[in-house]
Design a binder for this molecule. Structure first.
Ligand code: BGC
Length: 342
């Protein structure tokens, strides 16, 4: 009986804590902090793979204990890919299913309760890449609903406008849509941290096409880094047959290999300096078909180069093809984890 009473008290207490962490917004005495401040709070960060993606008709979500595990390993932020488009009506007013919001809320609240900074995005929205003009209204309506829904959440909850704009969504088309989305979010979330990214899959090579609104000091530029692709994506079926021919590619931190990364990162650093915007490497990782020695060397080098420049990062990803955690044996892949944390 006493055990049952204890459990009830514990459950009530954790509900109160969850409610508190979810709603402790700026109103509770947090003084305003800009994007440079928040960018310093994110390391180390991790991606939850494709957390809310339909696979074989089933929603792939994370296990109950995963966020607690991630926090106990020492991670400070968690990027949560969310495929809203699957749960949004195809016609106006493009309503997002309330039950789906509940699922996202649960994971966001859990992240906050574990003292992790959650970053939610719009992930795998393939229709907007193919037909930007046809999908623009729907895309902006999604942001209108998401930003209204989370407007009173803790400032620790952060939004990322879109994962990997690509195909027809590039250049001025993307820059214009990105700025419209920022304006939509700012109506209800004037100071929330927003991650924005360039075209060609968040590539640093497309930074020059992005013009951010002046005077918004709550923006972080998010880049994805998977260079060289024939190393990080060897054997990755979604890249097509070519990825088979990449198998066996190593990365041994040779002078050429190191200088290549440094060269790319220096270009980014120059852009950041000129634009006064903090940088986040929102995805980087090497697929598990590559040899472990190379994966560890590459991961450590990218992480160190980012940190050296004061950037934040989120490794791709927790427990699937790039994973630092084996979800079948429930064990960390310690060499990869060490490359990120030590
Ligand atoms: C995609 C994943 C993919 C990863 C590496 C992510 O942006 O969502 O599906 O595994 O990039 O290519």
């Amino acid at each position: 009986m006493k055990l049952v009473a204890d459990r009830i008290i514990l459950a009530l207490l954790s509900c109160v804590m969850l409610a508190f962490s979810a709603t402790s917004s700026f109103a509770q005495g947090d003084t305003y902090k800009d994007a440079f401040y928040w960018n310093k709070q994110l390391n180390p960060g991790i991606n939850l793979d494709n957390a809310f993606v339909m696979r074989d008709g089933k929603l792939r979500a994370i296990e109950e204990n995963h966020l607690a595990l991630i926090a106990s390993a020492g991670f400070k932020s968690v990027r949560i890919p969310v495929v809203w488009s699957t749960y949004t009506g195809s016609n106006a007013p493009y309503t997002i299913k309330p039950a789906f919001f509940e699922r996202v809320d649960k994971i966001v609240n859990e992240a906050l309760a574990n003292n992790l900074i959650p970053i939610i995005n719009i992930h795998h929205y393939t229709a907007v890449m193919k037909d930007p003009a046809g999908q623009e209204k729907r895309f902006l309506r999604m942001w209108e609903q998401i930003s209204q829904h989370y407007a009173n959440y803790s400032p620790k909850l952060m939004f990322e406008i879109l994962n990997e704009p690509s195909q027809n969504l590039n250049g001025e088309v993307w820059n214009s849509m990105l700025n419209k989305a920022i304006r939509v979010v700012r109506k209800t979330n004037p100071e929330r941290i927003l991650f924005v990214g360039p075209g060609y899959y968040n590539s640093y090579t497309k930074l020059s096409a992005i013009e951010l609104p002046r005077g918004d000091h709550n923006l972080i530029m998010s880049l994805h880094y998977y260079d060289p692709m024939n190393f990080t994506h060897q054997g990755a079926a979604w890249m097509g047959d070519i990825s088979e021919s990449w198998l066996g590619t190593t990365w041994r931190a040779t002078e050429y290999q190191r200088n290549r990364v440094i060269g790319h990162f220096d270009i980014v650093a120059e852009w950041a300096e000129n634009n006064d915007v903090p940088i986040h490497i929102g995805e980087f990782g090497a697929y598990d078909k590559a040899d472990m020695t190379s994966r560890v060397k590459w991961t450590r080098f990218i992480r160190e180069q980012a940190e050296k420049r004061g950037w934040s990062w989120a490794y791709w990803e927790f427990c699937y093809g790039y994973g630092i955690y084996d979800r079948h044996t429930d064990e960390w892949r310690t060499d990869l984890l060490d490359a990120l944390l030590h």
